[in-house]
Write a protein that binds this ligand. Structure first.
Ligand SMILES: CC(C)(COP(=O)(O)OP(=O)(O)OC[C@H]1O[C@@H](n2cnc3c(N)ncnc32)[C@H](O)[C@@H]1OP(=O)(O)O)[C@@H](O)C(=O)NCCC(=O)NCCS
Length: 181
């Protein structure tokens, strides 16, 4: 089994309602709409966006990380209009043949099963196409929506990592979840 996670081209995925595709500069406005909402960024290591330049930088960072084989982030677009309403993806850990999953969605679309549909599809891609052995997620303790999503997808809690990461000026406890192949 290879533990190189570089892909020759960006894999587009399709679900019943969604297209999971690479984001481009044309999506910057839509990405800005997602991250300029404090409800979305409150459980993220990113500050709430105040300028479109931050969304343009996100597109560039995602492309670089994909090119370097460090990770992949799909833009989530609805099939009906192809407008990006969120994203989901992996940061690879080649040595362990594992990945960390991350995601966020514009609040207008919360609680409609959209992230369940998107993440279920990328989990399958990760296990079946990328040969992952397990996938982890790290969640801030009061992020109920994210924990519920992970539990619904079959992840199990491994407990709390005390003061595990530093962002937004302080250390944060994170609950780690895992899903084995
Ligand atoms: C976490 C997030 C992606 C969930 O997306 P979503 O599309 O609303 O999730 P789904 O509709 O697929 O819901 C999945 C499950 O979680 C539950 N759920 C979702 N939001 C919830 C909430 N606020 N409170 C309680 N349960 C919630 C749903 O009811 C569903 O379970 P059910 O089918 O058994 O009822 C979304 O809330 C979000 O973008 N939050 C801000 C960004 C973020 O926190 N990212 C993750 C950082 S770790």
């Amino acid at each position: 089994m290879s533990n190189d996670f570089s892909l020759s081209s960006f894999p587009e995925l399709e679900t019943e309602r969604l297209l999971l595709r690479e984001t481009t500069l044309e999506d910057a406005e839509a990405i800005f709409a997602v991250f300029s909402d404090p409800g979305v960024t409150q459980f993220h290591d990113l500050d709430t966006f105040t300028s479109i330049k931050e969304a343009i930088a996100v597109v560039g960072r995602r492309a670089k990380r994909f090119e370097r084989g460090e990770g992949i982030r799909w833009g989530i677009a609805r099939k009906q209009d192809n407008v990006v309403i969120g994203s989901c993806g992996f940061t690879w850990n080649p040595q362990e043949q594992s990945a960390e999953v991350g995601y966020e969605l514009a609040n207008t679309f919360w609680r409609q099963g959209i992230m369940t549909e998107a993440v279920r599809t990328i989990l399958q891609f990760g296990f079946e196409q990328m040969g992952l052995r397990f996938i982890v997620a790290q969640v801030m303790l009061d992020n109920i929506a994210s924990k519920k999503l992970l539990e619904k997808l079959g992840f199990q809690s491994q407990g709390v990592l005390k003061e595990y990461r530093f962002f937004k000026g302080q250390f944060h406890d994170l609950e780690q979840f895992v899903l084995n192949k």
